[in-house]
Design a protein around this ligand. Structure first.
Ligand code: MRU
Length: 365
């Protein structure tokens, strides 16, 4: 991603690895859009905390972070005892896997790194293979986002008004993004269009992160309150919806994504507006049979009861908005059924949700 820092454009990945320091380097997303800062995690436990506390968030980005975290944990092991090393790696794997449950990318990434490590016959070999495998996961994430952008770009026609939800952009991946990839590819082809960013309460990733990205990229956009989309659909002001996903079931075509996605899919169907989901292959879950089995993260009530923002003096502060004696229910994700989805944009092309299973070889299943 290109970020303007002190007037100059500089390229960053959302997640990277500092080999000599054995650190995972992350853009501190909780500070955006007010401050751009890159932070390093010194050990795998700190990396897991960064995922859990949402220093880094978004399915692909936490997938790459988990992959690097496993390499980081493996590389920190001292000695040559393989059984002890295996037990240590298993612990690192479990701690990273459990940091956030809904997105499947971290699990897919961790399994992939572990599988590739197994070709090594010594601790040192496995440590080196872990790092190579994590780098490969991160590079593949970028390649997949680029390819799905090319597959999805023809959907974005001149003058269209596109709705997106939450942040499935650069910041949710290593680079480029999923829902934003067709937008960036269409922009490169010289097409002009307008994006409505759902604010996406309670954490407001649309208002803070997607809007910031689109501004960096020079794409025409406006933030809308989550509740405004119905009126815009009814007035014919939305031509297309593109969202990301945290877990897409290859067997059923169901899509887990940020809370509120299902509502937008119902509205799109009601108004005959195409609804697309953009994913790299690491977001596919070929195991679960039903969306009801997807673990839905229940998040802290404080997210609903208040909000973070910047004070006039430039300090980041949390303010309580809700009635002081009330609690909140805060599920982080919902599941959209396949009949509401026009197509799934993947690096291998666009598929109807129910076609994923029969194309599983092509899609890495
Ligand atoms: O809770 P988050 O911010 O990690 O949620 C992830 C998301 O931003 C969205 O659900 C997104 O649309 C999919 S992530 C590519």
């Amino acid at each position: 991603m290109q970020v303007k820092i002190r007037g100059r454009m500089k390229h960053f990945r959302t997640v990277a690895f500092d080999v000599p320091g054995n650190q995972v380097r992350l853009i501190e997303q909780r500070l955006l859009p007010h401050e751009f800062r890159v932070v390093g995690t010194r050990d795998f436990r700190e990396t897991a905390r960064a995922i859990r506390d949402m220093v880094v968030r978004g399915a692909g980005a936490i997938g790459a972070t988990a992959a690097y975290g496993l390499a980081q944990g493996a590389r920190a092991f001292r000695g040559g005892n393989l059984p002890r090393f295996d037990a240590h790696v298993q612990r690192v794997f479990e701690i990273l896997r459990d940091a956030r449950p809904t997105a499947v990318d971290p699990l897919n990434a961790l399994l992939e790194v572990r599988r590739k490590m197994q070709a090594g016959t010594s601790v040192a070999e496995q440590q080196a293979l872990a790092l190579t495998a994590a780098e490969e996961f991160a590079d593949e994430d970028v390649a997949h986002c680029r390819e799905l952008g090319e597959a999805g770009a023809p959907l974005i026609r001149e003058g269209m008004r596109v709705l997106t939800h939450c942040n499935a952009g650069w910041l949710a991946f290593v680079d480029i993004g999923s829902a934003t990839a067709p937008l960036y590819a269409a922009q490169q082809l010289g097409r002009a269009f307008h994006v409505y960013c759902d604010e996406t309460r309670p954490r407001s990733q649309g208002a803070t992160l997607t809007a910031w990205e689109l501004a960096q990229q020079g794409i025409s956009h406006q933030i809308i309150a989550d509740n405004a989309a119905g009126l815009l659909f009814a007035r014919g002001q939305i031509d297309l919806v593109i969202v990301g996903s945290d877990r897409t079931l290859g067997r059923s075509g169901e899509v887990a994504n940020k809370i509120g996605t299902y509502t937008k899919a119902v509205l799109a169907k009601r108004h005959g507006v195409p609804f697309y989901v953009a994913i790299p292959l690491s977001t596919l879950d070929w195991t679960l049979r039903s969306g009801a089995d997807i673990p839905i993260e229940e998040r802290d009530a404080a997210e609903v009861l208040g909000a973070w923002g910047l004070t006039k003096s430039g300090r980041r502060e949390y303010v309580r908005v809700a009635n002081p004696t009330s609690g909140a229910c805060n599920p982080g994700f919902d599941v959209t059924p396949p009949e509401l989805i026009t197509g799934i944009i993947t690096p291998a092309g666009i598929f109807r949700p129910k076609e994923l299973w029969k194309n599983r070889r092509l899609l890495g299943g």
